[in-house]
Design a protein around this ligand. Structure first.
Ligand code: ADP
Ligand code: SF4
Length: 691
């Protein structure tokens, strides 16, 4: 099917300086936790995006000189000629599928602590380096020689990038990540020389670098300029009017304007804190400042919205990082009118957590992300089945849905049995919590895929017992029956239950999601899980009018969400909702009418008068089906059962991304010969040893 006529505009080519993008889908630079450590995995991942139809596929930020590294984050490097082959491999993979390859050269300067190189960081002013972890390192002020050197290093990297085969070579001045942004923003630039003060002075270095880049490679390579239109700090930081003036002064100098918000946490907000297209008010009107094309992002997955942005003259190219991670084939599917096949990004930022935890990029919606090279997985293709053996999948949460639909695509006959009246498991329940509505897309994509698979039979309202599983008589049984929250406070802090009086009111997130709440006025939410659930439950109860105390042994609410760049927004929202946050507190006992909290340092206890305590701690696999089945193991052969496998939360509770991945892994590996004992199940690259 061709694209709908009203979407055809998205498939027009766009000229960017000396090169032409085949359509308007542009994968903007995005980090991935693979970088210099996993270059072949990274090259393959970018190649798959190109195969999926993106017209431009960019790198993440690429450190351009050893004197500025952003360790512990793992990005690409272009420090000398030896880095060229890894980058060339990526450019080649991108070209193989007809896309343009873009590279974002970065010199972090005042936000790179140089923990690896041990060089002294430098920037426009002598300030502490701005990192997420308050590194005790300061940058020194750059003098004229430093500026001249940095221009030279940038130029050398530009030439190397061209040799590596890139078609677009970025000048990066965005996100408060890097020297050019620092020079632009008055909060970092207090200089009194020609690089500080007036707007013209603050953009001087950026202009010089764009000019030098264009002079060096502009005949064959496009030079995009990436800039943040607002830091959301009022006039204390870069703000829209000021940046408009900067863009006006540079108007047609770069070949493309790539406009973002700063910092990264504002640009890539989760769906809990920003709708699709939240950046639109900030990018509206940029196009009238230049005749050059403009690209911007907004977690766009709605094709009507994208087409209208182009028609209304807001953007020329639809930029995407997360939508291209969740569905590397988004452009192709739109072009072929296959809207039901699109895996829409849910805006959870698990992808971002890969960068923050220095682990390969992963995605809740797309379990193949980061596994293209090391496991040979592909987002759209999966090996055909190699046996006729039927599979019974029990539980239609993220793990069961992913397993069932991926097995169905392999051609297996599958029965999917779900106890509840709807598909989705935890996702269906959690999506009803404040801010998590978009998460239902995890279910919706898979439900739409199941509709297209006649070989997968779905049974709702079918809670299976062990005997019923035997009656099914399918050789393969997959237990994807999920997990429930614990009621005994066992979690990170307590590995054994704490004293809980039998008549105390103790609730779990399951009770909150199921609406099983007695009348409550004062509630303690004790969060010893540290991801989103504790904060979300506190928010939900505050919205119901409860006086909520949120206590955590950590220093802050939902501390793991630093990795999804949400922590700040969560704490702000809780405080604004009137939730009292008690940090560094461990729950030690629960009695009717009160709970006991202890300081994690001194052990000093205090009593808190509450009507109920919500325990957000750990989970345990649901029910007894697994144990009941094992008890009947002796009858498996008679029933024709060969294997029973627990996956996802039913095996060991973790994130939704883990569950989807577990479902995919089961489907990918079914009927694969087991690898020899000393063979790893995935590939990795080993550094070359030098003398
Ligand atoms: P995961 O995250 O691992 O996919 P979920 O908790 O989201 O796990 O989903 C588990 C699903 O399994 C739930 O929808 C639950 O209703 C279902 N389930 C649990 N036990 C049974 C059973 N015995 N028979 C059928 N479905 C079950
Ligand atoms: Fe979107 Fe979440 Fe996937 Fe990131 S991890 S691309 S936010 S679905």
């Amino acid at each position: 099917m061709p694209p709908h006529p009203s979407h055809a505009i998205l498939f027009e080519p766009v000229r960017i300086g000396p090169v032409t993008a085949r359509n308007r889908f542009y994968q903007v630079p995005h980090c991935n936790g693979m970088g210099y450590r996993d270059p072949s995995a990274l090259a393959e991942m970018r190649g798959v995006k190109a195969e999926g139809g993106w017209a431009v596929v960019c790198t993440e930020q690429v450190e351009l000189h050893y004197s500025s590294d952003i360790t512990p984050f793992i990005e690409l490097r272009l420090w000398d000629d030896r880095d060229i082959p890894a980058l060339a491999k990526m450019a080649e993979k991108i070209h193989q599928h007809g896309a343009l390859a873009g590279i974002e050269l970065a010199y972090n300067g005042m936000n790179g602590p140089n923990l690896y190189s041990r060089e002294v960081p430098m920037g426009p002013a002598p300030l502490p380096v701005a990192t997420f972890t308050y590194d005790p390192v300061q940058a020194r002020r750059m003098d004229k020689t430093d500026i001249a050197n940095l221009r030279k290093w940038h130029l050398a990297a530009v030439k190397r990038a061209k040799r590596a085969g890139f078609d677009l070579i970025y000048v990066y001045a965005a996100h408060a990540l890097g020297f050019l942004h620092h020079f632009l923003s008055r909060r970092y630039n207090d200089r009194t020389d020609e690089y500080g003060g007036s707007l013209e002075n603050r953009i001087r270095l950026m202009r010089e670098i764009v000019e030098e880049t264009k002079d060096a490679v502009g005949d064959t390579c496009a030079v995009p300029l990436r800039i943040s239109v607002d830091e959301l700090l009022g006039e204390g930081g870069l703000y829209r009017e000021e940046v408009e003036d900067m863009i006006g002064l540079m108007a047609d100098l770069p070949d493309l304007w790539d406009v973002t918000l700063a910092g990264w946490e504002n640009d890539s907000r989760t769906s809990r804190f920003a709708e699709e297209g939240a950046q639109e008010p900030f990018i509206l009107g940029i196009k009238r400042l230049t005749t050059k094309p403009v690209v911007g992002v907004g977690r766009y997955t709605s094709v009507d919205r994208m087409a209208s942005l182009v028609r209304k003259g807001v953007l020329d190219l639809i930029g995407a990082a997360r939508p291209s991670i969740a569905d590397p084939f988004l452009p192709r599917k739109l072009e072929e009118g296959r809207l039901d096949d699109i895996r829409e990004c849910i805006g959870c930022n698990i992808c971002v957590s890969g960068d923050f935890t220095q682990s390969p990029l992963r995605c809740t919606q797309n379990p193949t992300m980061g596994e293209e090279w090391r496991r040979g997985w592909h987002p759209e293709r999966i090996r055909p089945k190699t046996s006729e053996k039927k599979v019974l999948v029990i539980g239609a949460g993220p793990a069961g849905l992913e397993a069932a639909h991926a097995l169905g695509k392999r051609g297996y006959d599958v029965a999917l049995a779900e106890a509840g009246k709807e598909l989705g498991g935890r996702v269906a329940r959690e999506a009803k919590l404040p801010g998590l509505a978009a998460w239902i897309r995890v279910r919706d994509y898979r439900a739409l895929q199941l509709n297209q698979l006649p070989n997968v039979e779905t049974y709702l309202a079918s809670r299976l017992s062990a005997e019923e599983v035997l009656e099914f008589g399918f050789p393969r049984v997959v237990l994807a029956t999920g997990a429930l929250w614990r009621r005994d406070a066992v979690g990170h802090a307590h590995t054994m239950p704490i004293p809980i009086a039998p008549d105390a009111v103790v609730l779990t997130p399951d009770d909150v999601m199921d609406g099983r709440l007695p009348p409550l006025k004062r509630v303690l939410v004790w969060d010893d899980e540290h991801y989103y659930m504790g904060g979300v439950v506190a928010e939900a109860l505050a919205a119901k009018g409860c006086a909520v105390v949120y206590a955590t042994p950590a220093s802050e609410a939902s501390t793991w969400t630093r990795n999804t760049m949400e922590q700040h927004f969560i704490q702000k929202r809780l405080l604004e909702a009137g939730v009292k946050i008690e940090s560094f507190k461990t729950l030690t006992a629960i009695a009717p009418g009160h709970a006991t909290l202890a300081c994690v340092f001194t052990g000093r206890e205090e009593m808190l008068a509450v009507d109920a305590v919500v325990l957000v701690t750990a989970r345990l696999p649901t029910g007894t089906l697994h144990a009941d089945l094992l008890a009947l193991e002796g009858s498996f052969a008679d029933a024709g059962i060969e294997q029973v496998t627990a996956i996802g939360d039913a095996l060991a509770p973790a994130t939704i991304a883990h569950a989807v991945y577990a479902g995919r892994r089961y489907a990918e590996e079914l009927d694969e010969p087991a690898p020899a004992e000393d063979v790893m199940p995935f590939r990795r690259e080993i550094a070359e040893l030098l003398d």
